[in-house]
Design a protein around this ligand. Structure first.
Ligand code: GDP
Ligand code: MG
Length: 392
């Protein structure tokens, strides 16, 4: 039988973010390689991280581009999000629970639009700590290039400060994912320095272990002969095999008959863990991404809420024209993707770059609460980022 997951170190969720081609996936692979050589975890090559989600299934844990590894002091689940326009959706849904992020910035290119957009979204979804990997440092190693790299570093620190991340104190580590992956000792050390920065700079978050169990469903799959499995990160509380849960969205109550993390069975999952739950007698078609598994009776879904929303400027990839009452975009809330009617109150308009208060009437009920972050999307791109201020 499979080896059980043993909780020996605190578990944290982190991820790479940043502009396409700045080296997120290469760095992710390099981290696993450097740690595998130290004997903690296994090397996950680039093409296993970067392939389609359907192909990434391991055991019953199918988490989009998740890798796991351990440093001396911690166990990490690391998500590498794709660097295209769909990034933001994954960031808001999969990354809402990131305890910290590694912002990858190419020292060759500096800050690009997605760099800024991801920092903004990280703020909106409640990522409190960012460590910067100034990547491709191998390519800007001497003379004038070194001066340019200093400028990029200043620019990144300013960007972090502009979003309330304390740019003066954030670690900015010059790395080369590519050279570390090739085994170059100097750049291997740079990746180790980055991991040390993550270990020390990203604090162990408060976990709401005493709260009723809640898990937003990221993926659903069927294990032949065993039943329907849902995967996702536990948002709060704990769950054990044998516990009763309800699936909001599917409106069914059932029992958890199996629990795994990264393919290893576990007795109890807790807030922050990436898990797969086997659900008794739930048909595959009844459950979808966007549903929420929760302790029975612990949440009441609703469709009306008030929120503060930042409307992205055109420069950030947002709209070029204002929105007004009657606007009907998609709302990405936890892992759900729901249409909603926006009411700005009378004839008010929200221009790109504005932060406004709006009332939203969703197309269906979802579990909502004050403080919950979400993204506003339209035609496949993010046009706003918001936080629920009140429900009802
Ligand atoms: P992502 O889109 O951010 O995931 O970027 P990738 O990891 O796919 O890398 C994009 C390109 O940059 C690839 O051609 C990599 O080989 C290259 N690259 C990544 N890291 C480095 C690095 O540290 N140094 C250099 N010189 N090239 C790199
Ligand atoms: Mg990538």
């Amino acid at each position: 039988s499979k080896t059980a997951y043993v909780r020996t170190k605190p578990h944290l969720n982190i991820g790479t973010m940043g502009h396409v081609d700045h080296g997120k996936t290469t760095l992710t692979a390099a981290i696993t390689k450097v740690l595998a050589e130290r004997g903690s975890g296994s090397f996950v090559p680039f093409d296993r991280i970067d392939r389609a989600p359907e192909e990434a299934a391991r055991g019953i844990t199918i988490n989009i581009a998740h890798v796991e590894y351990e440093t001396d002091t911690r166990h990490y689940a690391h998500v590498d999000m794709p660097g295209h326009a769909d990034y933001v959706k994954n960031m808001v849904t999969g990354a809402a629970q990131l305890d910290g992020a590694i912002l990858v910035v190419s020292a060759l290119d500096g800050i690009m639009p997605q760099t800024a957009e991801h920092v903004l979204l990280a703020r909106q979804v409640g990522v409190d700590h960012i460590v910067v990997a100034l990547n491709k440092a191998d390519a800007v190693d001497d003379g004038e290039d070194a001066v340019l790299t200093d400028l990029v570093e200043l620019e990144v620190r300013d960007l972090l400060s502009a979003h309330g991340y304390g740019g003066e104190s954030a670690p900015v580590v010059r790395v080369s994912g590519l050279k570390a992956l090739e085994g170059d000792p100097r750049w291997t050390a740079s990746v180790e320095a980055l991991l040390d920065a993550v270990d020390t700079y990203v604090p162990m978050p408060e976990r709401y272990l005493d709260a009723p169990f809640l898990l937003p469903v990221e993926n659903v799959l069927t294990i032949t002969g065993r039943g329907t499995v849902v995967t996702g990160a536990v948002e709060r509380g704990t769950v054990r095999v044998g516990d009763r849960v309800e699936v909001l969205g599917a409106e069914v109550e059932t029992v958890v008959t199996g629990l795994e993390t990264f393919g290893k069975p576990m007795e109890e999952a807790q807030a922050g863990d990436n898990v797969a739950l086997l659900l008794r007698g739930v048909p595959r078609d009844a459950v979808r991404r966007g549903h929420v598994v929760a302790a029975p009776g612990s949440v009441t879904p609703s469709r009306r809420f008030t929120a503060r929303v930042y409307v992205l400027s055109a420069r950030e990839g947002g709209r070029t024209t204002p929105v007004s009452t009657g606007y009907r975009p998609q709302f990405y809330i936890r892992t759900a993707d729901v249409v909603g009617d926006v009411d700005l109150g009378g004839t008010a308009v929200a221009r790109p770059g504005d932060t406004v208060t709006m009332t939203v009437e969703l197309g269906r009920d979802v579990p909502l609460e004050a403080g919950l972050g979400f993204a506003v999307r339209e035609g496949g791109r993010t046009v706003g980022a918001g936080t629920v201020t009140s429900v009802g």
